[in-house]
Design a protein around this ligand. Sequence first.
Ligand code: GLN
Length: 529
Amino acid sequence: MKFIVVTGGVMSGLGKGITAASIGRLLVDLGYRVVPIKIDPYINIDAGTMNPFQHGEVYVLKDGTEVDLDLGHYERFISMELTGEHNITTGKIYRRVIEKERRGEYLGQTVQIIPHVTDEIKAWIRNVAKNKNAEICLIEIGGTVGDIESMPFLEAIRQMRIEEKEEDFILVHVTLIPLDAGGEQKTKPTQHSVKELRELGLYPDVIVGRCKEKLKESTKRKIALFCDVDKEAVISNEDCDIYEVPLKFKEEKLDEVILQKLKLERKNGSGEWENFVKRMRELKEEVDIAIIGKYVDVKDAYLSIKEALKHAGIHLGCKVNCIWIDSEKVENGDVNLDYDGILIPGGFGKRGAEGKIKAIRHARTKNIPFLGICFGFQLAVVEFARGVCGLEDANSSEISRVEHCVIDLLPEQKKITEFGGTMRLGEIEITIKPETIANRLYGKERIFERHRHRYEVNPEYIPLLESKGLVFSGWSDNKRRMEILEIPDHRFFFATQFHPEFKSRPLSPSPPFLGFVRSAVEFKRQRSN
Ligand code: GLN
């Protein structure tokens, strides 16, 4: 088993996750089975209770674990499906240690960070790598070297490095190379951060230098000298589209450096990624999609949706421009909504909900392509109930307890009072009705998609909604829960209770996103004729 550990220095937000995921892609392209593990040193058990304003999107895995959005990058770059075991947090490790202590498994010893916590970390990593049959295990340590929270993890890594054979373990350190006022590439922050790493007993084999521009040979030489790495192992990573990074790494010969250090042979991989990036570079058309949400000012709050739109666009030869619109502004004023498509993403709570409903009404009545996701699906039901079924006060009980709660909790959900982990989460089987848009898009009658919600279409209102022309074309749980809705005589009016964005991949875009972007492209062509 080979291990590649990725750490970060200087500051957060350097795109360490993208770097690690791109290394994963490189290895897959070399023909290896890679298993990623992301370590988040925060004390939360998982990201489920974390606020998107602070952390960006909560990404949901197949098994329902709520994780940091970096795991999404891994799934998209490596084209594999991960589970909760691929995400280690301080909370999860301590919970195990404390449970063991309560069961008396430490036989009266004093339980300490070294060795008990570090042993637990090492055992977790090795178990996942073994159970998932990895050839190479890729471990990213979140945060920045020197953070107090990451200390036990770095110590565990230090021990692993000694326990593993030299050719089975490499450390990749990602740092920042800023430019000074005169445009010179500065290496001092990198030197300092490597020094910090050394103080913890860790030595980088590869340094990836994040910089606005390509690293100069002289910069690489300096880093090599001061940080004790081979010059070939100083890798330039200038700002570019995230999907370009694996190819840039190849140009920098990072694949060869890794193969050589790990004493591995080049195997036969596929050239799929290169073809995808080639297509991405040659997009001929453009569409403007309005996304109406509550967290539009937070970079990354809707990351997977943005990526899913991009995947669909690249597949169709079209660049998708996302126009982010604050739902409260739509609620309070006259905001232009005449775009090639309108998307309402997932969301929680009352704030801005009326703005989203207004935008849905605009899309429905003006025949503009519409995609609703989760909360967007629920609000589409509310809008339809008000606008077409004549239930003027219709609402979701999450927003207001009215007479006609067309979206409501099912009886079993009403009993739950806790927060973390009480949603309906993860991959669930959905049945699709034949001869519907959903069926055409997916090309099958049974699909699996990921969920993250509490509320449902209230079964009492389904007959009325359907009699007025709303088609529920997908359901689960023996038809107790509605999963997809569509309006047949609309250009494209489609919404899902699940989150299709979590399963969209660069090489296989999500069907609802493909249908939506295709319709937006056609709509734009018609309008400009
Ligand atoms: N707030 C809604 C619910 O809990 C929708 C959730 C979401 O959009 N992720 O059901």
